[in-house]
Design a protein around this ligand. Structure first.
Ligand code: DQA
Length: 144
């Protein structure tokens, strides 16, 4: 089973950006934790991070026929991008939306998620653990 983990804009700045919201651990730390959990579960995991919306659309399209599941934190594009929603709908791959914080309890503009309706689940407000939860959920749903 192959799982693609996609992170959107500014998530490469984890550890530096707003540590009071996102914590002090880095993007590299996040990848290590996900890799360890993937190994435990016996699944292959690969990663894409980009600050560009088009690159994220390309990554989703590229997953077609190659990946069994997608975990995506679209970051700020969550609240703006119909293109990401359409890409997830287009490939039809089971996808889970993840957020480190809980955008629904923050500013009003963070309460809209365009991608949510195309996802099988949303995990939010659980920090790095949210990605591990999402991985377990995807593996369970793919093995059903
Ligand atoms: C985020 C929440 C978004 O509102 C924000 O733009 C991010 C990160 C999160 O993981 O909590 O960049 O997706």
């Amino acid at each position: 089973m192959n799982i693609l983990v996609i992170n959107g804009p500014n998530l490469n700045m984890l550890g530096i950006r707003e540590p009071e919201i996102y914590g002090k651990a880095t993007y590299a730390d996040l990848l290590e934790q996900i890799k360890a959990e993937a190994e435990r579960l016996g699944v292959e995991v690969s990663f894409v991070q980009s600050n560009s919306e088009g690159d994220l659309v390309d990554a989703i399209q590229c997953a077609y026929g190659r990946q069994d599941g997608i975990i995506i934190n679209p970051a700020a594009y969550t609240h703006t991008s119909i293109a990401l929603l359409d890409a997830v709908k287009a490939v039809g791959i089971p996808t889970i939306e993840v957020h480190l914080s809980d955008p629904d309890t923050r500013e009003e503009f963070r309460k809209t998620s365009y991608i949510r309706e195309a996802c099988i689940a949303t995990v939010k407000g659980r920090g790095f653990s949210g990605y591990l939860d999402a991985l377990r959920l995807l593996v369970e749903s793919c093995r059903e």
